[in-house]
Each structure stands twice: as C-alpha cells, then as structure tokens.
Ligand binder design. Sequence first.
Ligand SMILES: [Zn+2]
Length: 309
Amino acid sequence: MTSPSSFLSSPKYIFLYDKVMPILFMILLIAQSAFALEARWLGVAGVLIQDSDTTILIDPVLTKPSLSHWILNQPFSSNQEAVKDRLKKLGLKQVDGIFISHCHFDHASDVAYLSSHLKAPAYGGESLKKIVHQFDDKAPFVMVQDKSEVHIGKFKIKMFHRPHPAIIRPIDWHFLGGKIESFKGDFYDYREGEVWMFIIEHPEGITIFDQSSVFFHESMKYAGRVDNYFLGVSNPENKNTLVENNIKLISPKRVVAIHHDFFFLESETISQWILPTVNFSHLKSEIDRLSPQTTLIIPEKDQVIKLDP
Ligand SMILES: [Zn+2]
C-alpha cells in the first residue's frame, strides 16, 4: 500500500498537481465568467443587463424631446445618428430582447428604431406594438400577456401588468393615460398603454425592475431573495415611501436607483440635473436605518454595475 507521503512525491500526484489542476481551475473560471451578470444604466429608466451570451434592454431611451415637441406636438422618434453613436460607444452589436415598462415618451421613444435596426424583438402589448411598427412593420415584436414568461438565454423574464401611479397624486392626474388607439408618431401619441413590472430570474440572481414607488404585491413573493432591485425614484408618493413601501419589504441585496435625471429636454447639460423630486441623502439614510443589509447604488450613466450573487 502506498503511504500518503510517497503518493505526494509520486509522478501521478505531480502530474495531477501540475497539469490537471490548472486546467480544472481555468474551466471553473470560464464557467463562472460565462454566467457573470452585469448591468449599465443608460439614462432615465434605461437599463442594459447582460451575461456573456445574452443582452437585454429595458426602457432604453437615448433620445429626448426638444421644446418644440412639447409645444407643437411634433413627430417624435429616435435621433438615429445619435443612437448609432451611442450603440457604438457601448460596444453593442447584438441585443436579444427589448422590454418597455410603459409607452410614455421617456420609456418608449427609441424602441421602434432599436428593434428594427438591431433586429431585436420587443415584447409587449397592443399599444407598444403600434409604436414598434410605426415605420417598419417587420421590426420583430412578440405579443405577451399579464404573467407571461419569456426565456432568453439564461434569463427568465416574468412580466406583470401593474398600474402606473398618478403623476400628481392629490388630484389623481396622469400624463396621457390609457391605451394607444392609433399611433401617428406625434409626441403626444406616446401614451401610457400597458404598464409592466419585470422579475428577471437568472442563475446569478433575481432582479426586479419596477418603475413605480407604489408597491406592487407580486414582488412580495420574492421578499428576502432579491439580489438586484432597479427602482425608478422619480415619482415617490412621499419621501419615505420608496423605503417603507418597497425596499424595506423586499429587503434586496442592492438597490440601483434609476430615473433620477432630468428627462424633459434634449440638452446634454440639462440631462445632468437631478429631478427635484429625488432626495438621495434621505434615501440612503432611510435604507441604512430600515434595510441595513441593502446597498444603494446611484449609478453614473453607462457605468458597468457588477451584479454578483
Ligand atoms: Zn418615466
């Protein structure tokens, strides 16, 4: 029988240690990076989420309106040259799916061009379909329902209908609510349409993408298990509700605060402004107090956010 010490000095062991172990280590590293999940905030509510095989866009709005769109209701769609430029800067050649939370201009104005140009299917309901097919009825579009599950690569995206909160709550005022009956491409044709929240399951973790500060109870099923919570912070009911009604209940590992930049006009300088409804220092201190296990991330535009499990 071989003693342990003679095995350690045997050629078999040396071969195992020198040749096989590094290969196993490499395989492990490659397998790990093949799953690795990361995201980038694209401005407004736009998020790119990807692993090494698959790229998904949510609410990718790269074009903002000018004053004349607001005043004259001019036709509004992608600034195609600017969008191509941005795609190049992001190194984005292939997108496997586009999801839009609702059809307001600050969420849906680039989906038609992106879907057509990148041949990337957009997923949504009747209202979004009208936007996506505004100039190219061959742009890939997949009709989905409430509670649809979409499988793309290792991603499973669950889509839930939810209400959009009033913009001015005391008088229950909505910006262009309702379905899009006919879409002519004018600025005020970007109506609310179907409103969605997304729960994204991936081997590297669970991600919730929700635009609203009014809590949606479907999320509670995931309480305590959420790794990444992309939360629109533009329109809180009051300054405490984002934490009390959302973050504290879900208790996610990290919150990525999105939809905090000024999105009403196309000026690059103005879009650096933070919306007056957003109070980051209060948000941070409330998270530290009520959900201390949660890390708040306030991303820079296009910065890579590692979504480690
Ligand atoms: Zn919005």
